[in-house]
Design a protein around this ligand. Structure first.
Ligand SMILES: [Zn+2]
Length: 264
């Protein structure tokens, strides 16, 4: 009953997102399918966690980028929700509490990344790019700023705290667990920065000369100057989410196998 209501809510949310042009049509369909799979395999709490990620991210995006209406595409939705959906399907095939841990770590990583980039955009200082060894235009992958790094840690902590509160994980995670899980979610942000800096396709605009993640700039095709063209931002996001899930799930299973219960 609760699950069916969740599906109705998903359909309404997708319809509303289409109307407001927050999502493209295919992204809306993907959202409904993904949300249903997650609700039926991990429960309504997991869907609420996903909703918390999308709503806080949209709020931040809306604030920093009001003039250019950003429509999320299918690829972007899959990049953030694909691995969590696989974790949900895993629980459906082999029910185990580790899938909840993986799920929280993945959503935490996605939230960490979004909070970092949205907060970073509002920083007055230009972000520093490790691989280029200098400050670069805001929004270029692989660059970090102090405010973005703090925001990414808070983004991970926020999702982990909400996750352990609303998801049915037993025994209830202790303080040490929350710290460890936050760090694994935050790890995704570092994987994101590293892959973004060293492997992601970086383009130079032939019009204004600036470096960008996108293959078009100033309404013109930009030239690939570094990395691989196929290593897009969405690909990097998926890999970051994957590494957080593996790290979180791996530590959890390791502790279980050793029968170790954190003292507090
Ligand atoms: Zn340009």
């Amino acid at each position: 009953m609760v699950n069916s209501l969740a599906v109705v809510a998903l359909l309404l949310a997708a319809w509303f997102s289409l109307k407001k042009q927050v999502l493209t049509r295919s992204a809306g369909v993907a959202m409904v399918i993904m949300g249903s799979v997650i609700t039926f395999s991990l429960g309504i709490g997991a869907l609420i966690l996903m909703f918390l990620f999308f709503s806080t991210s949209s709020m931040l995006t809306g604030r920093s980028n009001r003039e250019s209406s950003q429509t999320r595409s299918l690829i972007q939705v899959l990049a953030n929700g694909g691995i969590p959906m696989l974790a949900a399907m895993g629980n459906w095939i082999v029910p185990h509490s580790v899938w909840f841990i993986i799920y929280i770590a993945c959503i935490g990583a996605a939230n960490s990344d979004t909070w970092a980039s949205e907060w970073g955009k509002r920083s007055s200082k230009l972000p520093y790019h490790w691989q280029l060894g200098r400050r670069v235009t805001v929004g270029l992958s692989g660059a970090i700023s102090l405010s973005g790094t703090i925001a990414s840690l808070l983004g991970a902590l926020f999702i982990v705290c909400c996750g352990v509160l609303i998801l049915p994980i037993f025994p209830k995670p202790t303080f040490i667990w929350i710290i460890l899980l936050t760090l694994t979610a935050w790890l995704g942000q570092w994987v994101d920065t590293w892959l973004g800096g060293f492997c992601q396709g970086r383009f130079r605009c032939s019009e204004c000369g600036c470096l960008t993640d996108h293959d078009t700039h100033c309404h013109q095709p930009a030239v690939l100057v570094h990395g691989y063209g196929w290593m897009t931002n969405s690909m990097v996001n998926s890999l970051a989410s994957f590494s957080s899930g593996i790290a979180g799930g791996g530590i959890y299973l390791w502790f279980l196998s050793m029968n170790w219960v954190p003292p507090f």
